[in-house]
Design a protein around this ligand. Structure first.
Ligand SMILES: Nc1ncnc2c1ncn2[C@@H]1O[C@H](COP(=O)(O)OP(=O)(O)OP(=O)(O)O)[C@@H](O)[C@H]1O
Ligand SMILES: [Mg+2]
Length: 411
């Protein structure tokens, strides 16, 4: 199998590192191998221990390679999140050189939009065009070929702290792969979970992971806003561990098997036996108390989301409501609580199926890695198209030269 036809996606999360290996068949993908290993070197989405992170990545890659029956891999598309990510919108304007807009005008206007002061310890990860404006016509997605004298663009810029991006890339390299693309995690999750229709209508993706909650706001197919909130599923678990005075793994068990964020009368009469800290005897706790603890954290999280929407003045853009994904979104009744606080429809989002994907993979915790794979495929298809177009240009160039030669010979 040619290494060029193999695509690798790597989601280095706070609770797990997940690797997917897929083969390209035409424009589509077929998943060949999956590896998932507990993550130990991250805190709130950022690498805090290189050695432990490399170890987790290595295990995850080995597992995927074994399943795919592949010995050598070259590079991977890697997801990034963390509290250090800062995103903002910008705009640029340039005069059109030859009346008809071409790729070089588009490149120039995007460069102009990028020319904002970015602190020296930050790096730009993405510059994503939202819409172009040609003279007075707004809402243009692709201006190439249009006539006009002035081209404007609005873009969404994603930046991250340079040392933290480098730490992530370094971990991937030490685990034996090149990081050929680094993609913001909520952009990846949006790719696997949201439909084009939802992105057109206006929707907010909320990916609740272990250490962070990653947000992407879409409207008319464009990314309006993205943000990483340093609050995730692990905070719910920690709250339970502290409130019930139980070990972390026992709190995780209670949360995932019995936890809910909404109270009802029935819960007052339901008791659970919990294993206390070492040396203490098992105790009975009411499920209503568990719901109180988890519910408070849920309320706090959705209040942060609500404030962000109000602060960015996005409340009128979200016609399609909110979509929850990520492992942390699985606490019972979280969508109902979110709907109450956000005052818009909220639903759970599962990654859409494609070639070689098992039902076990249609789980919210795999939304990011599946989206990374699809983004990587999309970028590789675009590159192939560019190469083809360059070849075509070359061919026309050669054809032009040979015709000129024929004319020279005839006259
Ligand atoms: N059935 C469940 N019910 C409730 N919570 C769950 C369930 N399954 C997993 N979780 C929670 O999901 C979280 C992990 O989610 P996920 O795998 O999406 O995170 P991650 O990608 O490793 O982290 P991050 O994206 O924040 O870096 C954990 O906090 C875990 O407790
Ligand atoms: Mg994640």
């Amino acid at each position: 199998m040619s290494t060029k036809s193999v695509i690798v996606a790597l989601d280095i999360g706070t609770t797990k590192v997940c690797t997917l290996i897929a083969q390209k068949s035409g424009k589509n993908l077929d998943i060949l191998g999956v590896g998932s290993y507990p993550s130990q070197g991250l805190k709130k989405g950022s690498v805090v221990n290189i050695e432990k992170t490399v170890e987790s990545i290595r295990h995850s890659i080995e597992e995927a390679k074994l399943m795919a029956g592949i010995d050598e891999l070259e590079s991977a598309t890697v997801g990034i999140a963390g509290n250090h990510i800062y995103c903002f919108n910008s705009s640029g304007v340039v005069p059109v050189k030859n009346k008809e807009i071409n790729q070089s005008d588009v490149d120039r206007v995007i460069e102009a939009a990028k020319a904002v002061l970015i602190p020296s310890d930050r790096e730009v990860l993405h510059v994503i065009p939202q819409e172009f404006k040609v003279d007075n016509t707004v809402g243009i997605k692709n201006p190439i070929g249009m006539c006009g004298s002035r081209l404007e663009v609005n873009v969404h810029i994603v930046t991250g702290k340079t040392p933290l991006i480098h730490n992530l890339v370094k971990c991937v390299e030490q685990a034996g792969l090149q990081a050929n693309e680094v993609i913001l995690q909520p952009i990846a999750s949006s790719k696997s979970v949201l439909s084009q229709e939802e992105k057109e209508l206006g929707v907010v993706l909320i990916d609740i992971g272990g250490g962070t909650t990653d947000i992407a706001v879409w409207k008319e197919g464009s990314l309006l806003h993205s943000q990483i909130i340093p609050l995730g599923g692990n905070h719910f678990t920690n709250d339970l561990a502290v409130a019930l005075k139980i070990p972390h793994n026992e709190a995780e068990r209670i949360k995932t098997t019995h936890g809910t964020v909404l109270k009802n009368n029935q819960l007052n009469d339901t008791y659970l036996t919990v294993q206390g800290l070492s040396g203490t005897r098992p105790r009975e706790v009411s499920l209503s108390f568990v719901a109180d603890v988890l519910g408070s954290r849920g309320e706090e999280l959705f209040q942060v989301v609500r404030n962000m929407i109000l602060e960015k003045n996005l409340q009128d853009e979200i016609t399609g409501g909110f979509v929850l994904t990520g492992g942390g979104a699985l606490i019972k009744h979280l969508p109902e609580l979110a709907e109450y606080i956000l005052e818009k429809p909220v639903k759970m989002g599962y990654p859409a199926a494609f070639g070689g994907m098992t039902t076990a993979m249609q789980h919210p915790k795999f939304s990011t890695v599946l989206g990374l794979l699809q983004e990587s495929n999309h970028l590789s298809n675009a590159r192939t198209l560019d190469e083809k177009q360059e070849d075509e240009v070359d061919m026309f160039d050669k054809l032009g030269k040979s015709i000129k030669n024929v004319f020279r010979e005839i006259f």
